[in-house]
Ligand binder design. Structure first.
Ligand SMILES: Cc1cc2nc3c(=O)[nH]c(=O)nc-3n(C[C@H](O)[C@H](O)[C@H](O)COP(=O)(O)OP(=O)(O)OC[C@H]3O[C@@H](n4cnc5c(N)ncnc54)[C@H](O)[C@@H]3O)c2cc1C
Length: 462
């Protein structure tokens, strides 16, 4: 069908990552005729270079830690080391299983999949492999790539990005990680579990700086305990090669040396040279600008995912893609409340949150209108069994709804589902306190936190 020049698709999608393929699947489900153009692999960053491979490495790291620490549970094992080739095989098997599944899904929904590098050639078409693919509407979903700093050249060997780190054929003896955001702390955690001596360099005053400050501080305490080093509040100045690795100098003159430098300072949009500006699409620093319905300023063009300046998360890409598909199919599209998007950082311990921080709540509602409560996981039986520590912090508007849930502790990412219902349904603490949480689960800690906030604490000293 793609070869038939007379075909006009309902929707032509450029980029087959989380945002693009979600839009394709939903649009096809709603009866639209869809072309999906991808230059590399269907599934994009999340499946091949992001969410899935990092979580596989982190899980392998967790197993290594369990092997090392099993005696405290009365189980005798010996940790003999990391077979990195086998770790990669495990990770790659997970990816290839999901990849096959996704390919099957796209085929079964009768999406026309076109492999090739596309370029926007008019407000209603994309050129790929020497052909013009016409659509009534075009969706831009070309995603993002790792960023670097001026003068800092990523060589893929000693100075690497997350893409390289995911396929590194060795466990580095030592690593400096530039950037203490989500990607930086996840690699710090996995590498430390593998045996690497890790130092994180973060220019802002805290690790995971977009989280509530309490979560950042808890993570910093936990990382200190794990022997993960970090330098906060001073920016990077330069990097140079040494005989055995890399030396990093900070703005205050402090230096650090290690075998590798992982640059994890964020990701920038893929938009250059793709025809967007020529077709009049409004942009800002490479990001495509959209309204709350993911519409660009060009009526026939929408954009989603990491290409637009919203949260860079796979599930945000899915939601934005679905929104576009439903809008184009004539369904009522509901704008996304980005504060209501669950966020998880999968390091050990995990950091999970939904809603707004205490600082933002005070800004929005006034300091005297904001109530907070911290529930320590020390009071939670399941967390004790797992030997994990941490806290759940709730942010509430006085006499009103819970507007922020911030959690730190092993497996806390799994608790964010209920937390997001609480935030998105604007639940009152007393309403959540009324719900019965299974004992002994870590989920119970969320229930206990709300019992305490509703004024009837159970297993809580506060
Ligand atoms: C290390 C790492 C860990 C992450 N972990 C998580 C996580 O745990 N949870 C989470 O929610 N998010 C995570 N993310 C973020 C998540 O991967 C992204 O938010 C998500 O992949 C964005 O989807 P997208 O569709 O916008 O872009 P992408 O997934 O980048 O897809 C864009 C696609 O467009 C294609 N493309 C680009 N240009 C062209 C062209 N000219 N022609 C044809 N095709 C083109 C690319 O090949 C790519 O496949 C992580 C990211 C990284 C890097």
């Amino acid at each position: 069908m793609a070869n038939d020049a007379s075909t006009v698709f309902d929707l032509v999608i450029l980029g087959g990552g989380s945002g693009g393929y979600a839009a394709a699947l939903r649009a096809a489900q709603l009866g639209l005729d869809v072309a999906l153009i991808e230059k590399n692999k269907l599934g994009g960053t999340c499946l091949h270079n992001g969410c899935i491979p990092t979580k596989a490495l982190l899980h392998a790291g967790e197993i290594a830690d369990q092997a090392r620490e099993s005696e405290q549970f009365g189980v005798k094992t010996s940790f003999e080391g990391i077979d990195i080739a086998a770790v990669h095989k495990y990770k790659d098997d997970v990816i290839s299983g999901l990849y096959k599944g996704l390919q099957g899904l796209v085929a079964s929904r009768k999406v026309t999949y076109i492999e090739g590098e596309g370029r926007l050639s008019s407000p209603t078409s994309v050129d790929v492999n020497g052909q013009r693919i016409e659509g009534r509407h075009v969706l831009l979903a070309t995603g993002s790539v790792p960023r670097s700093l001026p003068g800092l050249v990523i060589d893929g060997n000693r100075i690497i990005s997350s893409d390289h780190a995911l396929v590194l054929d060795r466990v580095p003896q030592s690593a400096i990680i530039l950037g203490g955001g989500v990607i930086g702390v996840e690699f710090a955690s996995a590498w430390k579990s593998f045996g690497t001596d890790v130092t994180i360099v973060e220019g802002l005053p805290h690790l995971v700086p977009v989280e509530d400050e309490n979560s950042s501080k808890l993570l910093e305490r936990a990382f200190r305990k794990r022997g993960i080093k970090f330098n906060l509040g001073t920016f990077f100045q330069s990097a140079e090669y040494t005989e055995t690795g890399v030396k990093v100098t900070l703005a205050d003159g402090k230096t650090f040396e290690a075998e590798v430098l992982l640059v994890a300072i964020g990701r920038g949009p893929v938009s250059q040279g793709l025809g967007y500006e020529e077709q009049g699409v409004a942009m800002d620093r490479g990001y495509v600008l959209v309204d709350e319905f993911m519409r660009t300023n060009v009526p026939t063009i929408s954009a989603v995912g990491d290409l637009v300046p919203t949260l860079q998360l796979a599930h945000v890409g899915f939601a934005e893609g679905i929104l576009v598909a439903e809008r184009l199919a004539g369904l009522k599209a509901v704008p996304i409340d980005y504060d209501g998007v669950p966020r998880v950082t999968y390091c050990q311990p995990e950091v999970a949150s939904v809603g707004i921080s205490e600082a933002k709540a005070k800004e929005l509602y006034g300091a005297d209108k904001v109530v907070t409560l911290k529930y320590n996981l020390a009071g939670n039986g399941r967390s004790k069994i797992l030997k994990t520590s941490g806290e759940i912090k709730l942010v509430q508007v006085r006499d009103g709804a819970v507007v922020g849930v911030h959690m730190v502790g092993d497996r806390m990412g799994e608790q964010v589902g209920e937390a997001q219902l609480i935030y998105n349904w604007e639940a009152l603490p007393a309403e959540v306190a009324q719900l019965i949480h299974a004992h002994p689960t870590q989920n119970e800690a969320l229930g206990e936190a709300h019992l305490a906030l509703a004024g009837k604490p159970l297993h809580s000293h506060d």
